[in-house]
Design a protein around this ligand. Structure first.
Ligand code: GRF
Length: 189
């Protein structure tokens, strides 16, 4: 059974979708660990599911963060999933796990990606631009932020009366499915 490791910084709803899919037999892998760079609800979700959960605090480890995270990852892991992980991993880590790290981003990359584009800022920028569609992207992680090969992209409409919150929720629902599709696609290779 392939092993995956999930990195989180926030609420962990994408993590939950992976946990649920495995439980229901919709995804064929095992979560070997969940690692967070700050105290967050994602860690609670992992513990509740009986998955080893680790906090590697970004404020404690700073430049050593990637190295400390790497120590916790089983070396035979098939995939590292960044599911709302907000720290930047260093080049040594990215090179080591090349083609085995994916990230989910709440826009149709390459639009609305790059440094500083995360969370509600993405949806604010989409609304300000007048775009009629948005969505999410799961992509391979490279040393350039939000630039790696796209694995799965799913679109949602932007409605005339959308707020940041209503758009965020619509994108989030589609993220959960896109994430599962991307993991399957990579593990089946
Ligand atoms: C998602 O919107 C994802 O696109 C972004 O961070 C958010 C994580 O949400 N990278 P959650 O922690 O999985 O609920």
């Amino acid at each position: 059974m392939p092993k995956i490791v999930v990195l989180v910084s926030g609420s962990g709803s994408n993590l939950q979708s992976i946990i649920d899919a495995i439980k229901h037999g919709d995804l064929d892998c095992n979560i070997a660990g969940v690692i967070a760079d700050r105290d967050c609800y994602g860690l609670t979700r992992a513990k509740e599911a009986g998955i080893p959960a680790y906090l590697v605090d970004r404020k404690t480890y700073r430049e050593e963060l990637s190295q400390e995270i790497d120590k916790l990852i089983p070396q035979d892991s098939s995939l590292i999933v960044l599911a709302g992980f907000l720290s930047i991993l260093d080049n040594a880590f990215i090179d080591k796990w090349q083609n085995r790290i994916i990230n989910i981003h709440p826009s149709l990359l390459p639009k609305f990606g790059g440094h500083g584009m995360w969370g509600n800022r993405v949806h604010e920028a989409v609304l300000a631009s007048g775009e009629t569609e948005s969505g999410c992207t799961v992509h391979l992680v490279t040393s350039e932020i939000d630039c790696g090969q796209i694995i799965v992209q799913q679109k949602v409409p932007v409605l005339k009366d959308d707020t940041v919150e209503s758009l965020r929720l619509r994108v989030q629902q589609t993220e959960h499915l896109a994430m599962l599709a991307a993991i399957r696609k990579i593990l089946e290779k």
